[in-house]
Design a protein around this ligand. Structure first.
Ligand code: GAF
Length: 381
């Protein structure tokens, strides 16, 4: 939404003008799925879809929150008290970030907030990480906490883990904090070091949201984490980052399920590193192979795809031919797929894949042609 419209809305709600705006993006992961919580490698890029929070500091310790996505609802809490869950799920993301900052000993400032977002929700594009980072950036700036974007990302992850009860890894928050326009970011989730990887100018990033209703996502996600931790323990390593495909093949103690989960994680880490070289060389044929292997592994070994996302990927791979690559992206169990393709191939996705998907699965998919966007930003008017 245009900033002036948002500023007017802020004034209509709070009868005063906003001081500034904190904005943070959603993300798409190009490759490296379910590797972050195994201390592995991921290669996401920030999106040009963003969450914006207009804010004005208050003289008391209250945080008042409105969201344009939930008109008629609001939240309000005091940063002087211990923060607990409130009436709304969306408001709880604001509370969650305030809670973890407060728990770490930071003194927060009260503020009036207005949230607006164009990150598609429920599509696996990290709308929650975008909100957490915008909230963290806003408190950081208002209370002069001097936290780095990476520190804010860690607080965002803690907010998910310790307040929202979702045991996610660090990828979504870290890319929302540190993304750079026109670049993907290779993240080593073991030490949180990052390396920018320029996106080839001749490749479009296309996201297709399956709109498949996501169910049991959190419980299945947490179960995958537990499987990986059990596998690492049996292999005698601190995390699957330290395991090799040979270790996994030769182990006599892993269950079939643990062997499959570990094989996905270790092979996916190798694919991420190959994908970085392929992106740097603009080698679409290799990217196509790697993304197809990643999807197949997520289907067979990690078992986080559903028929709808398998179908979308397969239809996209056929429609793109040698002009593009496709795989599921994000946590899975529905959500979105990502395609990297020549701009001239986008038409085939729109005119062939969307109607075929509708016909086969009875669902209307949404297609977004995206660009790699900028990470967290806070500015004053
Ligand atoms: C979700 C999680 F939030 C991430 O941390 C990551 O594990 C991803 O699923 C799978 O790669 O987005």
């Amino acid at each position: 939404m245009e900033l002036t419209v948002l500023q007017n809305q802020f004034t209509a709600i709070y009868h005063t003008q906003a001081d500034g705006v904190a904005t943070a993006p959603g993300r798409v992961n190009l490759i490296g799925e379910h590797t972050d919580y195994n201390n592995g490698f991921v290669l996401p890029c920030a999106l040009n879809f963003r969450t914006q929070i207009l804010f004005k500091a208050r003289n008391d310790n209250r945080v008042n929150v409105h969201s344009l996505s939930y008109p008629g609802e609001s939240d309000s809490f005091s940063v002087n008290d211990t923060i607990s869950a409130g009436p709304s799920q969306w408001g709880n993301y604001v509370r969650a970030v305030a809670f973890v900052l407060q728990r770490a000993g930071h003194t927060l400032t009260g503020a009036d907030l207005l949230i607006s977002s164009n990150v598609p929700q429920g599509a696996g594009l990290s709308s929650s990480a975008a909100l957490e980072l915008a909230v963290g950036g806003m408190f950081n700036s208002l209370a002069t906490l001097n936290l780095s974007p990476t520190q804010l990302a860690v607080f965002g992850q803690q907010a998910e883990n310790d307040f929202m009860d979702c045991q996610c890894g660090i990828m979504d928050q870290l890319i929302s904090a540190n993304g750079q326009a026109h670049h993907a970011l290779l993240i080593d989730c073991q030490d949180l070091s990052t390396q920018l990887v320029a996106m080839p100018e001749n490749l479009a990033v296309v996201i297709i949201n399956s709109n498949y209703p996501r169910k049991l996502v959190d419980s299945e996600y947490n179960q995958r984490r537990a499987d990986c931790e059990a596998a690492a323990k049996k292999l005698g390593v601190a995390s699957l980052r330290q395991a090799t495909l040979e270790d996994i093949a030769h182990s006599t103690t892993l269950t079939d399920t643990e062997r499959k989960r570990a094989r996905h994680v270790v092979s996916e880490n190798l694919r991420v590193m190959s994908a970085v070289s392929a992106l740097q060389q603009g080698d679409l044929a290799t990217l196509k192979t790697l993304m197809a292997q990643s999807h197949a592994s997520l289907h067979s070994d990690y078992e986080v795809t559903v028929a709808a996302t398998d179908g979308l990927v397969s239809l996209s791979q056929t429609a793109l031919g040698d002009k593009g690559a496709a795989r599921m992206t994000g946590g899975g169990f529905g959500g979105a797929i990502v395609c990297l393709c020549l701009p001239e191939a986008v038409h085939a996705l729109e005119t062939q894949v969307l109607p075929q998907y509708q016909q086969q699965f009875g669902l209307t998919a949404d297609l977004y042609v995206c660009t790699a966007g900028q990470g967290l930003n806070v500015s004053y008017f």
